[in-house]
Design a protein around this ligand. Structure first.
Ligand SMILES: NC(=O)c1ccno1
Length: 257
């Protein structure tokens, strides 16, 4: 998987070089390219924003630097694309451009699985200020599959944190990216339920004991208890996961109760 991120704060994304994500890059499983938008602003002050037409508070990110930055990524992708053979199946070769925005569709585990399974090159355009000149996203539709995506119903200073969250959520689902892939099997949102509570030594801590069933060695009883905990937690904390089934195509992955 190749990720390209265009941002005015590339240093914001440096934590993506750590831990398992860093190892995924060292192994070549993932390529992370950070592009400083200011490198594509050619006035003396490397200006990337200006006042909004129509008035209003804040600043808008200028189209020119974004256009040049995205051109650069497209040219790089084209030069790395394998030659198309005559008998190749027709497919949409445009890279995916994810634009983090509180106005986007809400990201979820099903979408993370879909991106991990189906995409090979994802470009991220995290905005700052009041957003990016809309003409950039309109132009981009001819060259990318443009997808506005929100982490949730709240507003951040910019999209960089959302990019980090999505890159981590997607990369960990790429085969080979997790130390123990089995840990994906029973985590929250896989199978439409929240995860069960976990415990480790000591068996008593501040007068609190580990549930006896987990010390019983009875694997069937343990599995039943864990499933019951998942169902109880989901009903208590996320009843919406029980009652609604998104019609927007971002269905829950392998949903089964
Ligand atoms: N909710 C979000 O994903 C977001 C992105 C930028 N600001 O908020």
């Amino acid at each position: 998987m190749r990720y390209d991120v265009v941002t005015i704060f590339p240093e914001y994304l440096e934590p993506l070089r750590l831990s398992l994500l860093g190892k995924a890059q060292e192994s070549g499983l993932v390529q992370l390219n950070l592009h400083n938008l200011r490198d594509f602003a050619f006035d003396r002050h490397k200006t990337v924003d200006d006042t909004p037409y129509g008035g209003g508070a804040g600043m808008v990110m200028k189209a020119e630097p974004w256009g040049l930055a995205l051109d650069s990524i497209l040219n790089s992708a084209l030069s790395n694309q394998p030659a198309v053979t005559a008998d190749a199946e027709p497919h949409d070769a445009r890279p995916l451009l994810i634009v983090p925005s509180p106005a986007g569709k809400v990201f979820n585990q099903a979408k993370a699985y879909e991106l991990a399974e189906q995409e090979h090159h994802i470009v991220f355009a995290p905005a700052r200020y009041e957003g990016i000149d809309e003409r950039v996203l309109n132009w981009a539709e001819d060259h990318f599959r443009v997808m506005p995506v929100s982490l949730g119903d709240y507003v951040l200073y910019g999209g960089e944190v959302a990019v980090m969250a999505m890159i981590e959520a997607v990369t960990r689902l790429i085969p080979g990216a997790m130390g123990n892939p089995e840990s994906l099997d029973e985590e929250s949102h896989t199978g439409g339920l929240l995860e069960y509570p976990v415990y480790t030594k000591p068996s008593v801590w501040r007068e609190r004991e580990v549930p006896a069933v987990l010390l019983s060695g009875n694997h069937a009883a343990i599995a039943r208890w864990r499933r019951d905990q998942q169902i109880e937690r989901t009903f208590a904390r996320r009843f919406d996961m029980i009652e609604t089934y998104p019609e927007d195509g971002w269905d829950k992955k392998d949903r089964k109760l």
